[in-house]
Design a protein around this ligand. Structure first.
Ligand SMILES: NC(=O)c1ccc[n+]([C@@H]2O[C@H](COP(=O)([O-])OP(=O)(O)OC[C@H]3O[C@@H](n4cnc5c(N)ncnc54)[C@H](O)[C@@H]3O)[C@@H](O)[C@H]2O)c1
Length: 420
């Protein structure tokens, strides 16, 4: 039987992307998942996924083997790399994890093997950085002894509809034969929803622009929100009206955090600058979105109209209904309000208490206990929709509703409302 009829697969990096992928691929293939975080491996083998992407049932019933043992990777046919690609303090691409993972692949890949990268990168990283790192560690030559591939990941944490087995996957290979193998492997998992890109750089570019496009559109909506707030107009009412046009793009204002939309445009702008091109639109979108936290703190402070207020912030994760607090911009609002002299308590039933303390020095409260001068809806977790916020507030308290969580809710007499 041809090696590629039923290849063995290793998935390297079992986070938001790698874990669901490993489990989905294991329905058709022999899959080994590897992660350097041994605590994560232990938790997963005990049936617990702290990212909430998979249920204990889905984990324990999967045939994927999950390990922290490097030796177990030897001789797999396909290696899929799904490790983080963050930015540095200076918003420069930090490729440390992909380079390390490439070395890991280099130590384990054999002749004819395929190394596929799924981490979001700028065009050129797979072939010009990861390929040579695999060559150095393996002594093999890319394109003849082993082959490269790229397949961007599009999943959206917390989204139970657009799961990895239901969305179209872009694949590219160093040769047409490799692209065909990858199309077949991924196609087995997602009902053959495959787009084969002409080459690896095109596939890399397609992913990074998907997120840069979202970032720019959100920046535009944030900008108009700040304009309309000064005019006394609700941006949500304006958007409701504009959205009735067939080709109006439907984006909402807010904080852009996490490790995709707020990060990936910096990968693209870095690559553009390397080619001598200064990307105005991409970077001004970033500037607007990165400044939103402190701008919101200033607007809310102004609306409050008092000094030393007691404020309850609802939500600290980077987006709704996920426990991920990494690169959350809510912290900028909190720090901004504190800088104005207010005292801020933060409640988030999804965020991990120890992780939040470690990452931001913030002690999450167990249960809100008012009265507060203001309640700030920062993240629209479903759990906040029906919260009796009026009961938590002083009689003339302020409801600051960044995301329009309580837009249609009658707050009763006395309470004030501030919304973008
Ligand atoms: N989270 C998303 O929704 C999403 C969506 C699309 C694309 N992406 C991209 O996918 C990539 C992975 O993102 P994620 O959210 O899954 O990250 P994550 O932080 O949730 O998971 C990454 C995992 O990789 C492990 N890891 C780090 N270095 C490693 C190494 N050298 N060897 C083995 N394991 C290692 C970490 O321990 C962690 O468990 C990033 O490039 C990201 O931009 C993420």
């Amino acid at each position: 039987m041809d090696r590629w009829t039923n290849p063995t697969i290793a998935v390297i990096g079992l986070g938001y992307v790698g874990l669901p992928l490993a489990v989905a691929l294991s329905r058709d293939f022999d899959v080994l998942g590897f992660d350097i975080d041994t605590a994560r491996i232990q938790e997963l083998n005990g049936g617990h996924d702290r990212t909430n992407e998979l249920t204990p049932d889905a984990l324990t019933s999967s045939s994927a083997q999950l390990t922290g043992d490097l030796g177990a990777l030897q001789g797999r046919d396909i290696f899929i790399v799904t490790v983080p690609t963050p930015v540095s303090e200076k918003n420069e691409p930090d490729l440390t994890a992909v380079k390390k993972a490439a070395e890991t692949v280099g130590k384990a890949i054999g002749k004819g093997g395929i190394a596929v990268f799924e981490s979001t990168v700028y065009p050129g990283v797979t072939e010009d950085i990861c390929g040579p790192a695999i060559e150095a560690a393996s002594g093999l030559k890319a394109g003849t002894d082993f082959f490269l591939g790229y397949s961007p990941e599009r999943i959206n944490p917390g989204d139970k509809v657009h799961t990895v087995d239901k969305i179209t996957k872009v694949v590219a290979g160093q040769t047409p034969e490799v692209a065909a193998v990858l199309a077949r492997v991924y196609g087995a998992m997602n009902g053959d929803r495959i787009h084969i890109a002409p080459d690896i750089k095109t596939a890399e570019a397609s992913k990074v622009i998907e997120n840069a496009q979202r970032d720019i559109n959100i920046a535009f909506v944030n900008e108009i929100a700040l304009i309309f707030e000064r005019m006394g107009l609700s941006v949500y009412d304006v958007l409701d009206a504009a959205r009735t046009k067939w080709n109006f793009l439907d984006f909402k204002p807010g904080l852009v955090g996490g490790h995709c939309i707020g990060v990936d445009p910096y990968y693209l702008s870095h690559a553009a600058q390397q080619m001598g091109y200064d990307p105005d639109v991409i970077l001004s979108g970033r500037r607007i979105n990165d400044a939103m936290g402190s701008v919101l703190a200033e607007r809310i402070h102004k609306s409050l109209g008092i000094e030393g207020a007691k404020i309850l912030v609802l939500g600290i994760t980077f987006k709704e209904n996920v426990p991920d607090i990494r690169n959350s911009k809510v912290i900028d609002v909190i720090r901004g309000l504190e800088a104005f002299g207010h005292s801020v308590s933060v409640y988030d039933p999804l965020a991990d208490i120890a992780e939040t303390k470690h990452e931001y020095g913030v002690d999450l409260i167990g249960e809100p206990s008012g009265p507060y001068h203001a309640v700030l809806g920062a993240v629209p977790h479903a759990a906040f929709n029906d919260m009796p916020i009026a009961e938590l507030l002083e009689p003339d308290g302020l409801v600051a509703d960044i995301k329009g969580i309580w837009r249609g809710v009658d707050l009763g007499a006395g309470l004030r409302r501030w919304s973008l």
